[in-house]
Design a protein around this ligand. Structure first.
Ligand code: TRP
Length: 396
């Protein structure tokens, strides 16, 4: 997902292009145009009540902010019916940045709270088609990325990770065909913005991302349970794939997957700039040292503070554009401390340097913890998560 600064009059959000006229995504407009629903306080309370777990900060703070048919999943869960989770990643780079971790951190919380199985799709095929990478390189990146994903703490008893290049075939391929037969080129053009000049790999791929939404794609996990519901946590740029999937589902006798969708994670330089793999200074990577984190935050994190201390004491910070505050909103767990910092900073009593110092501590801790966890992930563990096997205790 990339945010591009363009002069276009319309914002564009597809799985491979995110851009807005002034660089700032209008999420209300997006939800309206896509036809999904906003997550309100009642849903957050309901999730807390059903799971007996405190809601994740990404829910409390509106970071996962939109959904499709989430209430249906919750109704059925309340009535004792389980579901499974499905998420994924396109392995296009060696090391992940913080934005990449967000859906996985949230999915880990959902898995623990609801005690349900999870399938994770690594779309090495998608990245081969969209990026200038060899198949061998895509496969290698998928395996490397799997280690970072495992380091997020997933339970091997309830989690199946697969790469498309290894797993696609059999029942999964049958479902791809069922989908492909019911989507026209014009449907795809409307939903995904594919043009006649695009190569046909881009036309053939969407059924691959659709298929994991259907339990029969995993006969080793859900045999005879074709109506099991699926909940997909993802960033909202993936919504078009699943709009297509939901259109097709009833036509082939399956349930429509439900979705829970997040906002985008901003680049260090601000919401209206691009977090790009080619500019290491635009993001914090999970491989960064605490020294690098400190240097990047101090040098590049866009500040909403005033130009001089006197002015700042008088006017206070503009929190709407301040990147340290946005990052703390994602990663500082303590609500009271966050509120306190926001208030003090906004009213000029706290300076940008002090807010950045707190952010550096929070990110260094998070990244160090991730690095420790990742160092523990062995090749054998990757094989264990990827083994095509039943998960006998997956609802336990
Ligand atoms: N297309 C996604 C990407 O490029 C990867 C993906 C596959 C995914 N299936 C998914 C993401 C399901 C979220 C949910 O990163």
């Amino acid at each position: 997902m990339e945010i591009e600064e363009v002069a276009a009059a319309e914002q564009v959000v597809t799985p491979w292009e995110v851009s807005a006229p002034d660089g700032v995504i209008d999420y209300d407009k997006l939800v309206d145009r896509f036809g999904c629903q906003l997550i309100d306080a009642a849903i957050v309370d309901r999730i807390a009540h059903l799971t007996l777990c405190p809601p994740h900060r990404f829910l409390r703070r509106g970071i996962f902010f939109a959904h499709r048919d989430l209430n249906r999943i919750l109704d059925l869960y309340e009535a004792g019916e389980k579901f499974y989770l499905y998420t994924g990643r396109g392995p296009s780079s060696e090391s992940l940045h913080l934005g990449h971790l967000i859906p996985f951190m949230f999915t880990k919380y959902l898995q623990d709270a609801f005690k349900v199985p999870l399938v994770i799709q690594l779309t090495d095929d998608e990245k081969f088609l969209w990026k200038n990478l060899t198949i061998a390189e895509c496969k290698r990146l998928a395996r490397e990325n799997a280690k970072d994903i495992i380091a997020c703490g997933f339970d091997v008893e309830r989690t199946f990770i697969f790469t498309d290049l290894n797993y696609v075939g059999g029942a999964f391929y049958e479902n791809m065909l069922e989908v492909a037969k019911r989507v026209t080129y014009n449907n795809l053009r409307g939903i995904l913005g594919i043009t006649p000049e695009d190569h046909i790999g881009k036309v053939s791929f969407p059924p691959v991302q659709a298929a994991p939404s259907f339990p029969s794609s995993f006969p080793h996990l859900f045999p005879g349970n074709d109506q099991l519901r699926c909940l997909i946590p993802c960033a909202i740029d993936q919504d078009p794939y699943f709009r297509m999937t939901r259109d097709v589902a009833p036509k082939i006798g399956f349930q429509k997957p439900s979705l829970i969708e997040s906002r985008f994670f901003p680049a260090l330089q601000g919401e209206s700039t691009k977090m790009s793999a080619s500019d290491p200074n635009s993001a914090i990577y999970v491989t960064d040292s605490s020294k690098q984190i400190k240097a990047k935050v101090n040098k590049y994190a866009f500040s909403g503070g005033q130009a001089s201390v006197e002015l700042h004491r008088k006017l206070g910070a503009n929190l709407d554009v301040d990147v340290p505050i946005k990052y703390l909103n994602f990663f500082l767990e303590d609500d009271d401390e966050l509120d306190h910092i926001k208030k003090e900073y906004k009213e000029g009593r706290m300076l940008t340097g002090e807010v950045k110092q707190r952010l550096i501590a929070v990110l260094s801790e998070l990244v160090a913890r991730h690095q420790r966890a990742r160092a523990q992930v062995t090749e054998e563990m990757v094989d264990a998560f990827m083994a095509v096997r039943p998960l006998p205790n997956m609802f336990g």
